[in-house]
Design a protein. Structure first.
Lengths: 408, 257
């Protein structure tokens, strides 16, 4: 198969001006991958700076509540900066050091990848610019605050749908000017080769740990593994621990938004609204019209609100290795409430999609079976969005009185 | 006559050729029609007709906005193809090329898109996100149908890469004058001159230089160093600010220096 392709998906559809940059990036990545010392340094860094290995938490209360499979939660929320995004970012940071570049840029949707990149840049001493859709800037204001405090420049993107895909385009526009000293820290397992493969490699640390941990705690492999799918990096991260175990069913959960039949969702692998396309440097299933124009997407979770999906996951879907499902905004809030009250754990809105599907399936499974939910991030950073979604009266009162205070 | 020979013929008569650009349906097909007439009447050699795309990654703010406005007005690929057929028929003295992003071609079907383009008399295609590595089928089909797939040289291209890319191209080479996206000015300096010499050594195809070319001085500087000057963002900006009628005098003025 052609390099950078996964079945019929992937590739590197890049403007010629980036050709040499990608040649150098591929070499740096392939060298690092061949060098065991690089991975060792990475694991050490993640242990010392980002709480790895993250725990695999046994969720007995939830298991009892559903009365089926034993539920385990992989705690990527306990990474430094609160999500799995740190894994990818610190890995690429080490690569940037190797390449001798001095500046990093990134796109961000939820703001998690932006905060993680700004953190990495602060730690390694890189200049940092983050592109973020204007709509996401409004939805995730607290993350913008942190990025700026960490020393990054945040550029609100006012083009197109003003969300993640537009931030990606804008980051590429920066990169075609600045590539001599700048690396683009792509945030997920999408984009042109080698990004899907490289980001999947850094995220594979999740699956390596989870496999070891479930064997220790449960004595056997899990029957099913659930992960939410935006671009697909947390899903690929945990799935890679179990890809070769045919008995482990892998389930990717997409954003069902207001419902798959409403057109207001971000489901590419289920629902039948997506079709093959080429954009943002790679070929995959996109939410687009018949002409190939990208459509507006919707999700309560900014990190899942994206038109494309990992070419690696599209291929695993084609081959039947990964099953795809979708969770609606409403189901997400219910699962979130239940998880907070019964386990004292606050998943990110993105991660809560995986919880929804696991909760649907757990009761039908046997008591001696285990399932793992990949909790990609923590939800307390979404406090404005979550409080708004719950329409919480006392929170509103607080905001109004703060507003009055600031308004003079 | 193929596009390369056609351009060579024209170069016997004038020192440098002009290629202009517009975004189809922006601000309207009616304005496009008038702009193209003015360009044709003032001796423009080639015109890039950009079919709008929602994710124009290689374009700067002006062309990006033009793409988005056209789409917001409901412009469809089908409308663009019909309008292009009308323009090609109306202006036999101009070589028209389609410029767009690969997804537009991919959704339409490579074969169907190229057949349609060839049918209506389009001379070539400019697809900035289809590098040789991904475009083997497309380029092969283009050659078979007598359409020139335009390849790019950039300041980051090595000599070896330029030769490799040129081997795939026909018609002319689009020489990107600087790093970055469309729209910002380009410094006409010794570095650019040296780069153009490097381009010249890498291919026998004519060199069309674009990105940031907007003034008579720019065109004068390219004369003798390149074969065609490409005016992109400048005319869109001009039409935005002064209307279609300003295009004719602007084009005439470019060659006056
Ligand atoms: C907490 C969290 N989970 C999931 C995602 C979705 O990304 P991916 O599918 O690449 O894991 C994001 C993206 O921002 C996120 O912040």
């Amino acid at each position: 198969m052609k390099k950078g392709y996964f079945g019929r998906w992937g590739g590197a559809f890049i403007p010629e001006v980036l050709h040499q940059t990608f040649v150098e990036l591929r070499h740096a990545y392939e060298d690092a991958r061949r060098d065991p010392a690089f991975w060792q340094e990475y694991v050490q860094l993640m242990g010392n700076y980002s709480c790895r290995p993250t725990p695999l938490t046994r969720a007995d209360n939830l298991s009892r509540h559903f009365g089926g499979a034993r539920i385990f939660i992989k705690r990527e929320d306990l990474n430094h900066t609160g999500a799995h995004k740190a894994n990818n970012v610190m890995g690429q940071g080490l690569l940037v050091k190797r390449m001798g570049k001095k500046r990093v840029i990134a796109e961000t949707g939820a703001g998690q990848h932006g905060v993680a990149t700004a953190t990495m840049a602060a730690r390694f001493g890189f200049d940092c610019t983050i592109y973020m859709g204007e709509e996401d800037v409004a939805r995730q204001r607290p993350n913008v605050f942190w990025m700026e405090k960490l020393g990054a420049t945040v550029v609100p993107v006012r083009d197109g749908a003003r969300t993640l895909k537009d931030a990606i385009n804008e980051a590429f526009r920066d990169w075609v000017t600045s590539m001599d000293d700048t690396h683009y820290v792509f945030g997920t397992v999408c984009g042109p080769h080698p990004f899907p493969e490289m980001v999947a490699w850094f995220q594979s640390i999740i699956g390596q740990e989870a496999r070891r941990q479930i064997l220790e705690q449960h004595g056997r492999l899990p029957a099913r593994v659930f992960a939410c799918v935006g671009g697909g990096s947390n899903a690929m991260g945990i799935f890679q621990g179990f890809l070769d175990d045919a008995g482990v069913e892998l389930v990717g959960v997409e954003a069902g938004g207001k419902g798959l039949d409403t057109g207001e969702h971000a489901a590419r692998m289920v629902g039948g609204d997506a079709s093959p396309g080429v954009a943002q440097g790679y070929k995959t299933m996109f939410l687009q019209d018949g002409d190939g124009q990208m459509r507006d997407t919707h999700s309560i979770a900014a990190g899942l609100d994206y038109v494309g999906v990992s070419p690696i996951l599209a291929d695993l879907g084609d081959r039947g290795r990964v099953r795809f499902e979708a969770a609606t905004d409403r189901e997400v809030l219910e699962a979130l409430s239940l998880t907070m009250r019964s386990e004292g754990i606050i998943p990110a809105l993105e991660s809560a999609h995986a919880f929804v599907q696991a909760f649907k399936e757990a009761p039908q499974m046997d008591a001696d079976q285990a399932l793992i939910i990949n909790m990609s991030g923590r939800g307390d950073k979404d406090i404005f969005t979550i409080a708004h979604a719950f329409d919480d009266p006392s929170w509103k009162e607080f905001i109004i009185s703060r507003g009055r205070e600031y308004g003079g | 006559m193929n596009l390369q020979s056609e351009l060579a013929r024209r170069l016997n008569e004038k020192p440098i050729l002009l290629m202009t650009h517009l975004v189809l349906g922006y601000p309207s097909f009616a304005v496009n029609r008038e702009v193209i007439r003015q360009m044709a009447d003032n001796g423009v050699d080639c015109i890039e007709l950009q079919i709008p795309f929602s994710e124009p990654m290689a374009d700067g703010p002006v062309i990006l906005k033009a793409n988005q406005d056209a789409l917001a007005r409901g412009v469809r690929v089908r409308d663009c193809l019909e309008f292009a057929a009308e323009m090609v028929a109306a202006h036999p003295g101009v070589n028209f090329l389609f410029m767009t992003y690969y997804n537009i071609v991919f959704r339409h079907g490579e074969q169907a898109f190229l057949e349609h383009a060839a049918d209506i008399g389009i001379r070539g295609t400019i697809i900035p996100d289809l590098p040789p590595e991904e475009g083997a089928d497309f380029h092969h089909r283009s050659h078979q149908m007598g359409l020139a797939p335009i390849m790019f040289f950039t300041p980051t291209s090595t000599d070896a890469r330029m030769r490799e890319v040129a081997g795939r191209g026909q018609g002319f080479i689009y020489v990107v004058a600087r790093r970055g996206v469309t729209g910002a000015p380009t410094e006409m300096d010794a570095g650019l001159a040296a780069y153009l010499e490097r381009c010249r050594r890498a291919t026998h195809l004519p060199l069309a230089v674009g990105f940031g070319i907007s003034r008579p001085e720019d065109v004068a500087m390219l004369t003798g160093r390149a074969d065609m000057a490409v005016i992109g963002t400048a005319t869109i900006r001009l039409v935005d600010e002064q209307g279609a009628a300003a295009v004719g005098p602007f084009i005439a003025g470019l060659l006056a220096a």
